[in-house]
Design a protein around this ligand. Structure first.
Ligand code: FBP
Length: 285
């Protein structure tokens, strides 16, 4: 029911597509880098209002931001409580996330889902897989949906490997196997990181030449479309190339996007205009 509530809410309600506003960047990247380009975004309530006005399916944030507005907004827009977070204050080759909230917090705040980041490729990945296994079991037992941010990174991967098609497909599969209802990955490139995988891609001719083909393959890797795969927005970008990415996600059968910086780092009017175009593309308008 909570998954359906997210799928049925907002401008994309009932289309099977999703647009989610995630605002954990204050923790993940720091407040000045995140909110400096558009100072009203320092205010947590700004993001609830932005997600509502844009007709997003859901708003995702860590404990503090949700606590600031859940009392007034939980009944108006589906909320996703992000249960782990990472900061950039210490350099690490192998990042890990701290648990920063609980399933009980999600229930208390009226959230529909819990969110959790894993870093396939990090030396700490197995600890994160174990944490989400336990959290997902608890969340599902009380009817909450599970959203996994599956971000490949760590000393096992090259920089290009973090968005390599084989690695993103693998990251989507791991999140699906960990029981995610919704999986969030980065848009992949045509780079292939693992030599063993490269041989198979070349021998079998899996089409990965265009962005849309790569999206299709990642969706295939997440149980052939039986799990919802959405793609992250990334750093603030020019509107035209960013919308080309959205069109590629749509053309490749992706389920939508989770767009943070490209929304709240623009003025509210510009963000609403951009998010409106994104929902039109996903709705097939
Ligand atoms: P953006 O649209 O701002 O990229 O947000 C998506 C997101 O997953 C956030 O939830 C998270 O804070 C951020 O990306 C992580 O970005 P990075 O890859 O730089 O750590």
């Amino acid at each position: 029911a909570n998954l359906a509530r997210m799928l049925e809410h907002g401008k994309l309600g009932g289309t099977g597509k999703m647009l989610i506003l995630p605002v954990d960047q204050g923790f993940e990247h720091g407040p000045a880098r995140s909110f400096g380009p558009n100072p009203p975004a320092y205010d947590p309530l700004y993001h609830f209002e932005l997600a509502l006005a844009a007709g997003c399916n859901a708003y995702a944030a860590p404990l503090g931001f949700l606590e600031a507005g859940a009392r007034d907004y939980a009944g108006r827009i589906p909320l996703i409580l992000k249960l782990n977070d990472h900061d950039l204050l210490a350099d690490e080759d192998d990042p890990e996330q701290a648990i920063t909230g609980s399933v009980a917090d999600a229930l208390r705040l009226g959230a529909c889902a819990v969110g959790f980041t894993i870093y396939p490729g990090s030396a700490h990945r197995n600890a994160m897989y174990g944490q989400i296994r336990a959290i997902a079991e608890e969340a599902k037992s009380v009817g909450l949906a599970v959203v996994i941010w599956s971000y490949a990174r760590g000393s096992a991967l090259s920089k290009a490997g973090e968005t390599a098609i084989d690695v993103i497909g693998y990251a989507a599969q791991i999140a699906a196997q960990l029981g995610a209802h919704i999986i969030k990955v980065k848009l992949p490139t045509a780079h292939i990181e693992q030599p063993a995988a490269k041989k198979v891609y070349e021998a079998t001719g899996i089409p990965i030449g265009t962005a849309a083909e790569r999206v299709r393959h990642v969706v295939q890797c997440a149980f052939n479309g039986r799990r919802i795969v959405i793609f992250s927005g990334g750093a603030h970008a020019e509107e035209a190339p960013f919308l080309d990415e959205i069109r590629a996600i749509q053309a490749g059968g992706g389920f939508g996007s989770i767009v943070g910086r490209n929304a709240f780092q623009r003025s509210k009017a510009d963000a609403l205009s951009l998010l409106g175009t994104i929902t039109d593309i996903y709705a097939g308008v």
